[in-house]
Ligand binder design. Structure first.
Ligand code: NAD
Length: 447
């Protein structure tokens, strides 16, 4: 099948590369010339495990990148829209979606055959049918359902394990205005035999994505609120509390042979310094705004965001407990990306923590295995000394803040011993055993 993917970021590039690897002919379209050049040169513009390898395997063969959207639409049967849908402070920003819909509509106008347009970006319920479809009709002068098809296919990949998630999906949601559109989308996923497929309308497909992300964000804020309460009450460690909760057989079922299943969901039921990334914060906020417009109070999800906004403060408060005057305090920040396995800094909890330390003129060193370049864009006015290794960052420090759960930080206790140092550790991810270092503070233990 011939597929064009418009927008070649995390979702578009991973989708394009994986679909070409599965046997489709894929053209990736982006309006960023540098990205297109990099992709054609076999170099991924983003850090994602195995992406470079798979890109190099397919580029120039079944995979190409271009800035020419019109030619890409003309030469393919189906276009997947994977441009960004940021939150503009009030609501979802659909400007990229609208622009691309107009461009695809213009291209369909001059195309003789039937074409299907699939929204893969995360968009609030109703967007595909009431925003994308009318723009396509206006610009093509053609009729949806007759001359071209329209559908919605939410993406569930997680950054850091995006290739794995795309190649071995847990579900495929196929939304569409009619059976023909759904069937074409079904063909795109034909190489993924055995995966649960849910066929529905586009609005439901859109809602499934938001509901999935909102559930996970809710579990995290719930765990953080409980963790903060444990810390306030004293003599309770939220880690133990959550372990006790994980052992509920409705959370971690016991099989007939007595074996315990520990679902991945339990990793969302742990106290930490908050969620970030390109999806949870913006998607929950967009759903709240969308719901409020429909007259819903959205009280629970509003609290999920409120709890998360305050959560990085738990790290700072623990630092201030030990250092009354932060100016000149030597702080090593371990981890800047919003989670391990990615260089994505979007909405990372490290941002408010580091910004406040910069403002208070702390002496900041930071180490992240892959996010340094992205971090430099975020903290562009300086104030952070980037280090090339954990050891480098530990040279003459008073406190160590763990903000990302990179496995490289698991060895911190041994490294302290080797370097014969004894800094205060504030574990924002509860990844070190609390007895493993002498001076330990963690989220969910009393301040
Ligand atoms: P991104 O910002 O990494 O990529 C978007 C790409 O679209 C960029 O390369 C940009 O240059 C390109 N673009 C913008 N306007 C264009 C235009 N007019 N023509 C051609 N290209 C254009 O975004 P992302 O993280 O890949 O997210 C894309 C969508 O997928 C969003 O709706 C997001 O919510 C959703 N999503 C993201 C993830 C994730 O983990 N990142 C997971 C699931 C769903």
């Amino acid at each position: 099948m011939k597929i064009s993917v418009v927008g070649t970021g995390y979702v578009g590039l991973v989708s394009g590369v994986c679909l070409s690897d599965k046997g489709h002919d894929v053209i990736c379209v982006d309006n960023d010339v540098d990205k297109v050049d990099q992709i054609n040169a076999g170099k991924s513009p983003i850090h994602e495990k195995d992406l470079d390898k798979l890109l190099q395997k397919n580029i120039g063969g079944r995979l190409k990148a271009t800035t020419d959207l019109k030619a890409a639409v003309a030469g393919t049967d189906v276009s997947l829209i994977a441009v960004g849908t940021p939150f503009d402070g009030n609501e979802i920003d659909l400007s990229y979606i609208k622009q691309v819909s107009a461009d695809i509509g213009d291209a369909i106008k001059d195309k003789s055959g039937y074409h299907v347009v699939i929204v893969k970006s995360t968009v609030v319920p109703g967007t595909t049918d009431t925003v994308v479809l009318p723009i396509l009709e206006k610009h093509s002068g053609k009729k949806a359902g007759k001359d071209f098809g329209v559908g919605m296919n939410p993406e569930f990949l997680r950054e850091g394990v995006a290739i794995q998630d795309f190649m071995y999906p847990d579900r495929i949601v196929i939304g569409g205005i009619d059976e023909r559109s759904q069937d074409v989308l079904g063909e795109v996923y034909a190489p993924f035999a055995g995966v649960d497929v849910l066929k529905t309308n586009s609005k439901t497909a859109e809602m499934i994505k938001y509901t999935s992300n909102s559930l996970l964000a809710t579990l995290i804020s719930f765990s953080n609120e409980i963790g903060n309460l444990c810390a306030a009450l004293g003599d309770i460690d939220a880690l133990e509390v959550m372990k006790g909760v994980h052992l509920d057989k409705r959370v971690s079922p016991i099989l007939e042979n007595g074996e315990r299943v520990t679902p991945a969901l339990t990793t969302y039921l742990e106290a930490g310094c908050g969620f970030g990334g390109s999806c949870f914060p913006k998607d929950v906020k967009a759903l709240i705004a969308h719901g409020k417009r429909e007259g819903q109070s959205m009280a629970l999800l509003s609290s999920v965001i409120d709890v998360n906004r305050e959560q990085p403060r738990e790290v700072l408060d623990r630092l201030y407990k030990h250092f009354k005057d932060i100016k000149g305090t030597r702080v090593a920040v371990m981890g800047l990306a919003f989670k391990p396995g990615t260089d994505d800094m979007r909405e990372s909890p490290a941002i408010p923590v580091v910004n406040e330390l910069i403002e208070k003129m702390a002496d900041i060193k930071a180490y992240d295995p892959v996010a340094e370049e992205e971090a430099k864009k975020v903290f562009s006015s300086g104030g952070v000394n980037y280090c090339s290794s954990v050891e480098d960052a530990l040279h003459e420090v008073d406190a160590v803040l763990i903000l990302t759960r990179w496995s490289a930080f698991e060895n911190l206790p041994e490294i302290f011993k080797r370097l014969d140092i004894n800094p205060l550790v504030i574990d924002g991810r509860r990844m070190l055993p609390k007895e493993s270092v002498e001076r330990y503070e963690g989220i969910g233990i009393s301040l």
